[in-house]
Design a protein around this ligand. Structure first.
Ligand SMILES: Nc1ncnc2c1ncn2[C@@H]1O[C@H](COP(=O)(O)OP(=O)(O)OP(=O)(O)O)[C@@H](O)[C@H]1O
Ligand SMILES: [Mg+2]
Length: 307
């Protein structure tokens, strides 16, 4: 029976210099949609991406994709994968269409099909105007789009993209979100990002890594539920409030932010309306969750644990 799941059991990676980049990672997610890994520089995102895409051996533990072991069944898995590493570079002396055609020929496609698929993919990512210019003269963002086009053209159903949107302008990034959402409808996309809004917008599931440990994993709703508080109210500091369940902080803009439960948000909203205070009420964002989960750990590591 084929199990459509990506599963890690106690996965660890210690590099040869003794650095433990992944520590006891366990999770199971369906092999569909977008899975986004977030975490600070050095958290282990690239290491986990490389291990799961069979490019790097774990030191211990086990992982499977659709029941296939990433070590024992690596060859079979690789035939279904397309990977763009964080430092993925285009071939400078080829055009996007030439580069993608060459890649597809290497994957075993017939020449005519390869050319057609390369042109279609280049059009899909919106760089058709540059399809026949050599990659060396393209901007950084166009080069990244050419790499995403290569992955789309491959037809692989397991796609690994390490920071695909780094270096893209805000409009191109949103175009890419649409593209990644589209291609993940019938494929599995494993990606990393530093843009929390991006993970929140396009990921079906999000993993938060920190210091090689998985701090949390789940859908936005799962992550909100794990905080026990689903709403954030924002209002001018100095407003008198009754006791409530939740936590309060003053933002950089001088406004007070309260993260609270469903009930707390109701009660506080009533008080703020009655006192004629302007306020905003929003669901907890990934940024709120990230700063609390990762930021709190940093404070604790520095001996400044707070609630
Ligand atoms: N080849 C290597 N040998 C030794 N240590 C390594 C190696 N590659 C990465 N590391 C270390 O492992 C840890 C995790 O690195 P990794 O590249 O996986 O982090 P990351 O989350 O992808 O960071 P970034 O956001 O900066 O890309 C870091 O401390 C890094 O210095
Ligand atoms: Mg990385």
């Amino acid at each position: 029976m084929v199990v459509n799941e990506v599963s890690c059991e106690n996965l660890s990676k210690v590099y040869s210099n003794g650095k433990e980049a992944l520590s006891d990672i366990s999770f199971t997610i369906p092999t569909r949609g977008v899975f986004a890994l977030i975490g600070r520089n050095g958290a282990g995102k690239t290491t986990l991406t490389r291990v799961m895409s069979t490019l790097l051996e774990p030191s211990s533990g086990r992982a499977t994709i659709d029941g296939l072991d990433i070590m024992e069944d690596a060859a079979e898995l690789r035939s279904r994968m397309a990977v763009v590493p964080q430092e993925g570079k285009v071939v400078p002396w080829m055009s996007p269409v030439q580069m993608i055609t060459a890649y597809l020929l290497w994957r075993g496609e017939a020449h005519k099909d390869a050319m057609r698929k390369a042109r279609d993919a280049v059009a899909m990512v919106g760089i058709e105007e540059h399809a026949n210019r050599i990659n060396r003269v393209l901007s950084g963002g166009m080069k990244r789009k050419a790499l995403v086009a290569m992955v789309i053209a491959s037809g692989a159903d397991l796609i690994f993209l390490d920071e695909p949107s780094t270096g893209l302008d805000p409009i191109s990034r949103r175009d890419l979100w649409g593209l990644l959402t589209d291609i993940s409808k019938d494929r599995f996309l494993f990606m990393t990002t530093h843009y929390l809004e991006e993970a929140e917008s396009i990921a079906d599931r999000i993993g938060i890594l920190d210091g090689g440990r998985l701090l949390a994993l789940g859908s936005m709703e799962d992550l909100r539920a794990s905080m026990g508080r689903r709403y954030v109210l924002k209002f001018p500091s100095g407003t008198a409030l009754p006791p409530f369940e939740g936590e309060m902080m003053v933002g950089r803009d001088g406004m007070t932010q309260v993260m609270t439960t469903d009930e707390g948000s109701h009660e506080l909203s009533k008080v703020l309306i009655d006192s004629g205070t302007w306020f905003s009420l929003n669901p907890v964002t990934l940024e709120d969750i990230f700063y609390r989960k990762v930021g709190r750990k940093i404070d604790a590591d520095n001996g400044e644990a707070r609630d």
